[in-house]
Design a protein around this ligand. Structure first.
Ligand code: UDP
Ligand code: MG
Length: 323
């Protein structure tokens, strides 16, 4: 069995409708590239028939298709991490199972990697998603560029990306349980680049992300790579304290000049509620960080693997020659 050169890592969560097409398009595009490859599919707690289908795929090409079966749903990025821990190739490519990233584009990434880049990011040309997803992404990409100027990527949501093996090994070694892989890779990259890739509509099935999950997911990115939200609250706090100080001086002066006054109680309430809102939000932001710190210090396993389907490499034959 030749050592794979390209490793594909694909998280799978309830994708029974697309796996067959994924298999055909992916293997034919990799066969065309003509280098030895492996495909690692991680079943992230699917509740449909994905598990059986993945097993069948493994049986069709046992040397090239490996399946990691999780014990539950641990999230897309943890699924990719589990794949990273087991890759054998030199070029590691991640992609979604739903064929929104066409497998026919993989050769572009391989070419860019072979040109000497250690991370190849992608941006979706002519993105095919719902209107609200496009708007959320647009604003989020802008905000991220502002908060994390060091993370240079045009489109953070496109998971078709390629990494050199050394970067993947570093990422797998971090042991973080809430992370954002493309951003993590960029913090280790020395020579990253970006290429444009085509984007298709989901070929079947539905997206696993609703608005709530997307917001949670973006908190992982923001808290994992920036303390900007905490700094914003320090600044707001500072500004409000300074304003209130000036306001107190003003009230004392008014008291001295005009004598006691009791107007404006409701205005005061309005201001109080506004400030209370800011305080609660700030507390929530601090909580996001504290919760993640707690998660990390407990050191629970970040995912649990039920079993792995892969063809064991044969142990090397030890020839002992009798003298
Ligand atoms: N996915 C996963 N675990 C999850 C959610 C999603 O492994 O909890 C996988 C899913 O099977 C797909 C990829 O992550 O391969 C992207 O998910 P999806 O297409 O639902 O997200 P979208 O494209 O809408 O962002
Ligand atoms: Mg998708």
């Amino acid at each position: 069995m030749p050592q794979p050169y390209i490793s594909l890592v694909i998280p799978v969560h309830n994708e029974e409708e697309v796996l067959e097409e994924l298999y055909h398009r992916l293997t034919s595009s990799l066969d065309k590239i003509g280098k030895p490859f492996e495909i690692i599919l991680i079943n992230d707690g699917s509740t449909d028939k994905s598990a059986q289908l993945l097993q069948q795929l493994h049986e069709r090409r046992p040397e090239q298709i490996r399946v990691i079966e999780f014990n539950g749903n641990f999230g897309q990025h943890m699924a990719i991490m589990a794949g990273f821990e087991r890759v054998r190739g030199q070029i590691v490519i991640t992609m979604d199972a739903d064929l929104q990233n066409p497998p026919e584009e993989i050769h572009k990434l391989v070419t860019a990697m072979e040109a000497g880049h250690d991370v190849v990011n992608t941006y979706r040309q002519d993105r095919q998603d719902s209107w609200w997803r496009l708007q959320v992404s647009r604003w989020h990409n802008r905000l991220r560029a502002y908060m994390m100027p060091k993370l240079k990527m045009r489109d953070e949501g496109c998971m078709l990306r390629a990494y050199q093996r050394s970067i993947v090994d570093l990422m797998a070694a971090t042991g973080e349980s809430s992370t954002f892989i493309p951003a993590l890779a960029l913090t280790y990259a020395a020579n990253p680049t970006e290429v444009g890739v085509a984007h298709a509509e989901r070929s079947a099935g539905t997206s696993s992300y609703n608005l709530y999950k997307l917001i949670r997911y973006n908190f992982d990115l923001v808290t994992g790579f920036s303390v900007f939200p905490l700094q914003v609250f320090t600044m707001i706090g500072l500004l409000i304290s300074m304003c209130s100080f000036a306001f107190v001086i003003f009230l004392i002066l008014r008291r001295l000049i005009h004598g006691p006054e009791v107007e404006g109680v409701f205005t005061l309430f309005a201001i109080m509620f506004f400030l209370l809102g800011i305080v609660l939000f700030g507390l929530g932001v601090v909580g996001e960080y504290v919760g993640r710190i707690y998660q990390e210090v407990r050191k629970r396993p970040r995912f649990v693997i039920k079993h792995v389907l892969e063809k064991q490499e044969k142990p090397e034959l030890q020839l002992t020659v009798a003298e």
